[in-house]
Structure formats: C-alpha cells, structure tokens
Design a protein around this ligand. Structure first.
Ligand code: FES
Length: 110
C-alpha cells in the first residue's frame, strides 16, 4: 500500500482470496463506486472490471462466464467484457476500469 506515484489513482476493491473464490468480486461501495471484477489471480492479465450498474435503468448486471457477457436481470440487456452493448434495451456501455493484482489485493483505476 502507500500513495507513491506508481499507485496513484489505483484503489483497493478486495482481496485475491475473494476474487479467486468464484472468479468474480463485487464491491458495491469501493472508493470508485460499485465495481465488478471478473477473473482470477492466476490470469491477472485478463482481469475485467466494470461498474455493474446497468446503463438502462440501473439494475446490477451479472457476469455470465459461459456467454462472456454481463447480463442485466431486469430487461435482459447484454454487454461484452469490454462493457459495450451487445443487446438492448441499454444504449450506453458499462463504465470500465483498469484492474490489477498487487500484494494480495485487487486494485482498480478509473
Ligand atoms: Fe438493465 Fe433495464 S435496467 S436492461
């Protein structure tokens, strides 16, 4: 931890243990707001992080690993791992974050 320049803007949203348990980590009240991180520490290069608040009416989307999509439970909008809309009714992409693992923690940066 610490606030040197290399870590500037990076915020801790959880631990590796939490992420690796299910391959996803939902932090509703992180320093950058709601964040859903998908992946595991073993493939840290491939981590995906988004704000899971659906851009249609604000429900929380869920990651569907078998479809490689975020799906909204309210009106079935679908978003790619890059946050882009793949199926309406949502029109705007999910906000995405950079994500990384450091010293046992999962960090994201807006
Ligand atoms: Fe997500 Fe409507 S709130 S599709």
């Amino acid at each position: 931890s610490g606030s040197n320049d290399a870590n500037k803007g990076w915020q801790k949203v959880g631990t590796i243990a939490e992420l690796d348990k299910t391959g996803q980590l939902l932090a509703e009240n992180s320093p950058v707001g709601a964040v859903l991180v998908v992946g595991t520490s073993k493939a840290a290069k491939n981590l995906i992080a988004v704000n899971p608040t659906c851009t249609h009416k604000g429900c929380t989307v869920a990651w569907k690993a078998n479809k490689n999509q975020f799906v909204c439970p309210c009106h079935d909008a679908e978003f790619g791992g890059d946050g882009k809309v793949q199926e309406g009714p949502a029109e705007k992409p999910l906000k995405t974050y950079q994500a990384k693992i450091e010293a046992g923690s999962v960090l994201v940066k807006a």
